[in-house]
Design a protein around this ligand. Structure first.
Ligand SMILES: *[C@@H]1O[C@H](CO)[C@@H](O)[C@H](O)[C@H]1NC(C)=O
Ligand SMILES: *[C@@H]1O[C@H](CO)[C@@H](O)[C@H](O)[C@H]1NC(C)=O
Ligand SMILES: *[C@@H]1O[C@H](CO)[C@@H](O)[C@H](O)[C@H]1NC(C)=O
Ligand SMILES: *[C@@H]1O[C@H](CO)[C@@H](O)[C@H](O)[C@H]1NC(C)=O
Ligand SMILES: *[C@@H]1O[C@H](CO)[C@@H](O)[C@H](O)[C@H]1NC(C)=O
Ligand SMILES: *[C@@H]1O[C@H](CO)[C@@H](O)[C@H](O)[C@H]1NC(C)=O
Ligand SMILES: *[C@@H]1O[C@H](CO)[C@@H](O)[C@H](O)[C@H]1NC(C)=O
Ligand SMILES: *[C@@H]1O[C@H](CO)[C@@H](O)[C@H](O)[C@H]1NC(C)=O
Ligand SMILES: *[C@@H]1O[C@H](CO)[C@@H](O)[C@H](O)[C@H]1NC(C)=O
Ligand SMILES: *[C@@H]1O[C@H](CO)[C@@H](O)[C@H](O)[C@H]1NC(C)=O
Length: 875
């Protein structure tokens, strides 16, 4: 199986501009060149002079003014409230696979009043570069560019993805009631999904409070008009065509175990009130966990039957080639002796066995006794490291969301939680010695001085009282560690350095301005370091200078705090310092007494010299470990690593660097997480209504995740000489476009289950043979298992996995439907706009003459997919 990633290549050109994830900075030299050019001076080159506006326009406008010049709003706040209530924002996009696509913004004054004041500004986020004059990829972000039909508004990039548009003083006359103003704009091509626009545009004046513009409120993005390719019901039907409904599942558990032997046809009927779990001196935590989950009592006296035992013991596998694992377990369900036994050498192994038992025992019917077949399962993981990265910096996700995610990760035997705690748009962990990091850095609101909060991004709301905590205090963080630890999940905190530090840098400069704090303690930037760069997300003030000592003082304080927080729960053994590459123009501007040219290497060397962090290994994005020619730095050059037996973990994601094997061969511990397969911030398919950004590829569907072998060397990867150094795989969810828990779960599930299958299950036979027929068969069994076993479990846990809309066609006058995950219920309704919909279950072969809409239901029937129209074109 070799997945073709041509879309990726096609997208590269556009990628530089936008992507919400920061980690592709090195994709092209074009990018570097781009930001070395100074923005043009707007006043001279871009804003037409007053004379450019035709006399006709002025005359027309003043005639209108005479007709009804009396309407006005009386106070500043009233004006802002009026605009918030009555401005209709309409965003239209011309779908075009090239960069430089046409976008049109319309603002309509739908209220009864004329606006003649100019003290108001509209702020909004947008991931594309917007500029009416954008002609090519090297053009700059807009700074004070005149926009609008009469050029009487100004558009400017505030920072990052935040734009501002406002009346142009002395050009703007008034905004008549009922008038719609058109703003033709150009944008990079990456507005290819509606969710590249953000809700919660707001309007504010110099003397008034900001108000969210009603027409842009909420997550439904109604102001973004549909555009571009929506998948038709017919296209969906074709995609789903071979997804046969097997009417059930034969799999015992997912991820699939290594060995299953059916022992007898005698089943166990497990009535929790009749069974006991035997106490265990070795595995007390696992006994408690299982007792709690199954609602079975713990017994101190041994019982002869109807008992579950957790036992310490060694295991022998049929396959002697695979490496031994301390996570291995055996689960024996014996219907003859009515006994269940889990055997392993470690608590983690027992816990894995417990998860398999719980999965098999999950009574999806909801009531009645649990029936278990007599089997012996012997099992162990393919990869030691089976990780999930969650970005809580771009959008904060509360600890309850994290607890739930950890619960589900444990179900699927995922054992590493990479916690992306800081980025340009937010700092999420309390550091008591530097309280400003969370006082300022965890909050976003409208505050141009950025001393109270950071300016909004990704559609966050402008009022500070309108938001949650935005960070984990030390006790929240320790609760998360405990929850993870009970589930044998290691938490790997990431503080991204030395770039992506905007939230930290703003907080540190606030701290420096406070009386009584040492001014230069954490000083890691200076005006002399220059700001003649733009990061991939549009910032020119987000990078610390690796030559400044304050950065290392900061590192000390932060890591000391983290080590302390982990100490008695789960000692810190791996810390991720981000380390994505600094854009060249930024590096060139940095003052450095060491006269070093390779500042990234300087950073890593100084970072690794920190002897006080005994036993802590370090990890970073691959960029950190690659020289400009993309070959790895010698690991021996990293002082203290070799002597102290610590490891360096490289998180590989940029496929074009072809670094997977090179880094492993050089002694790095490598985690594979290809951006075009394991980055679940991408949409599930090409439909422009699907949530997600497209920075690495057009889409990532569940089958692509299922069918990819993470050990597969792509062409040009060379030879893998140290396979033992590829320690694992990781799935990533960047959250710039993911605001809520429901959205997060939609992006993760069910792709994460397919990922878990590959991470845990030993190489499927088809990996070695490339036999597509075998892969397809495995896939069909897998998706049937999802529908008949896993979705009902997720429903019970209230995990909002994605429900794809159905496929549907009319053939021989009759309705034919199918679903991506086979066997899910489909409903239809007559499509009469304006009338209440009446939903009917599709039974098959309906003859329908009216236009209809269709939807798929979740397995519990409580949620449904997006509703789509039936495509009546001939199949
Ligand atoms: C003001 O003028 C607009 C046209 O520009 C018109 O639609 C509206 O009805 C007028 N309002 C009043 C109160 O005359
Ligand atoms: C509208 O109000 C502003 C100040 O709020 C005032 O300067 C202006 O003259 C008023 N315009 C009209 C037409 O009343
Ligand atoms: C952008 O600048 C680079 C470097 O000068 C140049 O090679 C490239 O052709 C430019 N791209 C366009 C579209 O003008
Ligand atoms: C279904 O599978 C068959 C056999 O692999 C293949 O020939 C056919 O093209 C597939 N049909 C669709 C619509 O994908
Ligand atoms: C169970 O297996 C035994 C022996 O193989 C057989 O005699 C019996 O009929 C089987 N019972 C069922 C219910 O299949
Ligand atoms: C930490 O935050 C939680 C809310 O998430 C709060 O209940 C708790 O009191 C805080 N603890 C401390 C020590 O501030
Ligand atoms: C710094 O580097 C430059 C260019 O590599 C070199 O010309 C200069 O002599 C160096 N300065 C010092 C103080 O080493
Ligand atoms: C480091 O690890 C060793 C071996 O696991 C352990 O004995 C030692 O206590 C650890 N040191 C610290 C400071 O945690
Ligand atoms: C590092 O590992 C080597 C070989 O495994 C061992 O001899 C040495 O004592 C270890 N050093 C430390 C500091 O643990
Ligand atoms: C793939 O495997 C199937 C059996 O599962 C076999 O019938 C078929 O010949 C194999 N195809 C190839 C190309 O080896």
């Amino acid at each position: 199986m070799s997945l073709k990633l041509t879309q990726f290549r096609n997208l590269v050109i556009g990628v530089f501009a936008i992507a919400i994830c920061l980690h592709f900075i090195s994709i092209s030299d074009i990018f570097h060149y781009h930001w070395t050019t100074q923005p043009k001076s707007a006043e001279t080159s871009q804003i037409p002079q007053r004379n450019d506006i035709t006399k006709r326009d002025i005359k027309q406008e003043s005639q209108v003014k005479q007709q009804n010049g009396t309407l006005n709003v009386s106070t500043d706040q009233e004006l802002i409230n009026y605009l918030a209530k009555y401005l209709d924002v309409i965003w239209t996009v011309k779908d075009d696979p090239h960069y430089n696509t046409e976008h049109i913004l319309f603002l309509k004054n739908t209220g009864p009043k004329r606006i003649s004041q100019t003290d108001w500004k509209i702020y909004f986020s947008q991931t594309s570069i917007l500029n009416p004059n954008l002609k090519n990829i090297n053009d700059s972000y807009p700074k004070n560019v005149a926009v609008g039909e009469d050029q009487n508004f100004i558009l400017t990039l505030v920072s990052g993805s935040l734009y501002c548009i406002y009346p142009r003083n002395s050009f703007f006359i008034f905004f008549e009631a009922g008038r719609k103003i058109k703003f033709p704009l150009r944008a990079t091509k990456l507005q290819r999904s509606r969710t590249n626009s953000f809700p919660n545009w707001y309007v504010v004046g110099s003397k008034s409070k900001p108000q969210i513009i009603e027409s842009t409120k909420g997550e439904n993005l109604n102001f973004v008009k549909p555009f571009g390719s929506q998948l038709t019901s017919k296209e969906r039907y074709t995609i789903n065509y071979n997804h046969t409904d097997l009417k059930g599942t034969h799999k015992y558990v997912v991820p699939s175990p290594e060995e299953i032997v059916v022992m007898s046809n005698k089943t166990i009927i497990l009535k929790p009130e009749e069974w006991t779990i035997q106490t265990s001196a070795e595995f007390p935590n696992e006994v408690m966990y299982l007792a709690d989950a199954l609602k079975v009592k713990v017994a101190t006296t041994p019982s002869l039957n109807k008992v579950i035992k957790l036992v310490k013991g060694k295991l022998i596998f049929k396959n002697t080639k695979s490496a031994e694992s301390d996570e291995a377990y055996e689960l024996k369900i014996d219907g003859i002796s009515t006994e269940i036994q889990i055997t392993a050498t470690t608590g983690h192994g027992v816990f894995n066995g417990v998860q398999t038992l719980l999965s098999m025992a999950d009574n999806i019917q909801g009531s009645g006794p649990i029936i278990l077949n007599s089997v012996t399962i012997k099992d162990r993981p393919r990869f030691k490291y089976r990780g999930v990265m969650l970005d809580v910096a771009r959008n904060f996700h509360p600890k309850e969301t994290i607890f739930k995610l950890l619960d589900v990760m444990a179900m699927y035997k995922l054992n590493k939680f990479h916690f992306h705690l800081s980025d340009d748009e937010g700092w999420r962990l309390e550091i008591p010695d530097i309280p400003e990091l969370t006082q300022l850095g965890s909050k976003r609101c409208h505050d141009e001085s950025e001393t109270l909060c950071l300016m909004p991004s990704f559609g966050s709301r402008p009022n500070i009282d309108d938001q949650g905590p935005g960070f984990y205090n030390i006790s929240d963080y320790r609760e998360i560690l405990k929850h993870a630890n009970q589930r044998h999940i290691q938490v790997i905190p990431e503080i991204d350095m030395p770039s992506h530090m905007r939230a930290a840098l703003k907080s540190i400069s606030l701290r420096a301005s406070h009386k009584g704090t040492p001014r230069d303690q954490y000083k890691m930037t200076d005006k002399t370091d220059g700001n003649n760069y733009r990061s991939a997300q549009g910032y020119n003030d987000n990078i610390a200078n690796p030559c400044r000592d304050g950065l290392y003082a900061f590192v000390d304080t932060v890591i000391r705090t983290v080590v302390e927080a982990h100490k008695d729960i789960q000692p810190l053994t791996l810390f991720h310092f981000g380390g994505d590459k600094i854009p060249k123009p930024a590096l060139q501007g940095m003052k450095c007494k060491d006269n070093k040219t390779d500042l990234m290497q300087l950073f890593i060397q100084r970072f690794f010299q920190k002897k006080q962090f005994t036993n802590v290994s370090f990890g970073a994005w691959e960029d950190s470990f690659l020289k400009p020619d993309k070959s790895p730095y010698a690991i021996e050059s990293m002082e203290n690593i070799a002597q102290e037996n610590r490891s360096v973990f490289a998180f590989v994601y940029q496929e074009e660097n072809k670094a997977l094997f090179k880094l492993a061969n050089s002694g790095y511990k490598v985690i594979n997480s290809p951006d075009s397969l394991y980055h679940f911030d991408h949409p599930y398919n090409k439909d422009t209504d699907e949530r997600g950004s497209k920075w690495a590829t057009e889409f990532i569907n569940t089958k692509m995740v299922f069918a990819f072998d993470p050990l597969q060397g792509k062409d040009g990867y060379g030879e893998l000489k140290k396979p033992e150094n590829i320690v694992g795989v990781q799935a990533h969810t960047w959250t710039g476009l993911v605001q809520t828990t429901d959205q997060l779960e939609y992006m993760m599930f069910p792709r994460l289950i397919a990922f878990a299958e590959r991470a845990w299950h030993h190489a499927a036979s088809w990996h070695e043979t490339n036999n597509v027929t075998d892969m397809e068969r495995d896939w069909i069994e897998f998706i049937n298992h999802l529908v008949y076993k896993e979705f009902p479990k997720l429903d019970k846990l209230n995990v909002h996995y994605r429900i794809p809309p159905p496929g549907a066609i009319i053939k021989d006058g009759k309705l034919h439907v199918n679903t991506y995950y086979p066997g899910m219920t489909i409903e239809y309704s007559v499509n009469n706009p304006g009338q209440t919909k009446q939903w009917y279950k599709v039974t098959g072969d309906e003859t329908l003459s009216e236009p209809i809409i269709l939807r798929t239901l979740s397995t519990d029937g409580k949620r449904h997919s997006k509703e789509i129209e039936l495509d009546r074109s001939i199949w």
